[in-house]
Ligand binder design. Structure first.
Ligand SMILES: C[S@@+](CC[C@H](N)C(=O)[O-])C[C@H]1O[C@@H](n2cnc3c(N)ncnc32)[C@H](O)[C@@H]1O
Length: 360
C-alpha cells in the first residue's frame, strides 16, 4: 500500500457543490473532508462555519496539512509544499509549519517523510491508481505531444474529433475494461468494501462510458482533474482547484478559523448537533458504503439537524438509490438542477448527482 491516505485530492467538482447548496452569509455547512479541497473552498463564501468530517484520520491529516500550509505560507510556497510545483525543499517547508499542525498529524508526516517529499496531492491510493494508468495504459495510445494537444483543445467538438481519430480503438477499450475492472481496482486503487452494495455488474464498462463522457463532453480547457489524470500534475494551464486559485487564496486564508475538523463517522457526528442547525451538506459519495437501513437512518438525522430549505448534495457512484419512501415528505428531490450540473461534472466518474432540499 502506497499510504494510508485513500484520496489526496477531491475528485468531486467544487463548482457543483456551490451551485447545489448555494453557500451564503451565516450558513453552517457539514462537509465530508476527503482530501479537504472542497471543504476549504467553501471558505471563499461568507459562511459562518464548515464542519469537515471524515472517519479516516489520515484523510483529516491531509486536510490539516493543507490548512497549516495556507495559514502559514504564501500561495507560491503552498503550491510547492503540496506538490503543484516542483520543489526539492518540501520537507524543509513542512518543518517550518509542523508545530502548527495538530500533534497526531504532525507525528504522522514526520514519520512518513516520503509523503511530504512527493507532494501531498500525489500520494493517495486513488491518485496512485491514476499513476499506473498514466504509466502503463495511456502511453500506448498517446505520446506526450498528443496529450498536450488534447489538453489545449478549445471545445468539446474538437475533443470528440480528437478522441475518435487518435484514441478510441479496440485495444484502448479492451485495456480500459481490464484496468478498471473490479479485480484490479480492489488490488490497487479501492477498498473492496466499495463494491459491497452495488448492483452494477460490469464495473469496467460503466467507467469506460463515464470516461468517454469526460473526454468528449466536458470542456478540458478548465479541467485540472483531466490534466492530473493525463500528466500527473496540475500546472494551472487547465485551471486550479478552487482552494489554490490565486484570487481566492487570501479570502480562504482569512477565513480558516471557520473550519473545524472532526474524525468520526458522519452519523455519530450528526448525533452531536442540535436540531435545526445546518444549512447545507457536501457529502461526497459517502452513502456508497452504507446499507439501505443506515442510509435511511442517516437521512433522518440529517433532517433533524437541518434548517428548513437546507440543501444536501451527494454523488452516487455504483450504488444508485432513490430517496427512501418514508422520507418523501421530508425532502424534495431537486432533479432538474442535479441532472444539469451532473452533465457538466469535471469529476466525471460518478453515475449520478443527488440534490435534496429539506421541507419543514
Ligand atoms: C466516499 S470517499 C470519496 C470517494 C471518491 N471520490 C471516489 O469515488 O473514489 C470520501 C470520503 O468519505 C469518507 N467516508 C466514507 N464513509 C464515511 C462515513 N460514514 N463518515 C465519514 N466519512 C466517511 C472517506 O474516508 C473518504 O475520505
Amino acid at each position: 500500500m502506497e499510504s494510508d491516505i485513500f484520496y489526496s485530492q477531491c475528485w468531486e467538482d467544487p463548482k457543483i457543490v456551490f451551485k447545489a447548496i448555494q453557500p451564503s452569509r451565516g450558513d453552517v455547512i457539514v462537509s465530508i473532508s476527503s482530501a479537504g479541497d472542497n471543504s476549504l473552498s467553501l471558505l471563499q463564501f461568507p459562511i459562518t462555519k464548515v464542519y469537515a468530517v471524515d472517519n479516516n484520520p489520515y484523510q483529516n491529516f491531509v486536510l490539516e496539512l493543507k490548512i497549516a500550509a495556507i495559514r502559514n505560507l504564501p500561495r507560491e510556497q503552498t503550491l510547492k509544499l503540496l506538490g503543484f510545483t516542483r520543489s526539492t525543499r518540501r520537507f524543509s517547508l513542512f518543518e517550518k509549519l509542523s508545530n502548527e499542525l495538530p500533534t497526531l498529524a504532525s507525528k504522522y508526516f514526520k514519520r512518513r517523510k516520503e509523503i511530504i517529499e512527493k507532494g501531498i496531492i500525489n500520494v493517495g491510493r486513488f491518485e496512485n491508481y491514476f499513476r499506473y494508468f498514466r504509466k502503463l495504459i495511456l502511453p500506448i495510445f498517446l505520446n506526450n505531444a498528443q496529450i498536450n494537444k488534447f489538453l489545449s483543445l478549445e471545445n468539446t467538438n474538437e475533443q470528440y474529433i480528437f478522441y475518435k481519430k487518435h484514441w478510441n480503438n479496440y485495444l484502448w477499450r479492451k485495456l480500459f475494461l481490464l484496468f478498471y475492472s473490479k479485480g484490479i481496482m480492489n488490488k490497487i486503487g479501492r477498498h473492496p468494501l466499495f463494491f459491497k452494495y452495488t448492483h452494477i455488474n460490469n464495473i469496467g464498462k460503466n467507467y469506460l462510458k463515464r470516461a468517454e463522457l469526460g473526454i468528449t463532453k466536458i470542456p478540458v480547457r478548465d479541467n485540472y482533474m483531466m490534466e492530473y489524470i493525463m500528466k500527473g500534475r496540475i500546472s494551472g494551464k487547465n485551471g486550479y482547484p478552487e482552494y489554490m486559485q490565486r484570487e481566492k487564496y487570501s479570502t480562504i486564508k482569512a477565513n480558516l478559523s471557520r473550519i473545524s475538523v472532526h474524525t468520526t463517522d458522519l452519523f455519530s457526528f450528526l448525533k452531536t448537533l442540535p436540531d435545526n442547525h445546518i444549512s447545507g451538506f457536501n457529502l461526497s459519495d459517502v452513502f456508497e458504503l452504507f446499507s439501505d437501513y443506515d442510509y435511511e437512518n442517516c437521512l433522518e438525522e440529517i433532517y433533524r439537524v437541518s434548517k428548513k430549505g437546507s440543501r444536501i448534495c451527494y454523488w452516487q457512484n455504483l450504488v444508485l438509490r432513490e430517496l427512501p419512501k418514508p422520507l418523501n415528505k421530508r425532502f424534495k428531490v431537486i432533479n432538474s438542477l442535479a441532472t444539469d450540473l451532473h452533465s457538466k461534472d469535471r469529476g466525471f466518474f460518478y453515475n449520478r448527482l443527488r440534490i435534496l432540499e429539506v421541507v419543514k
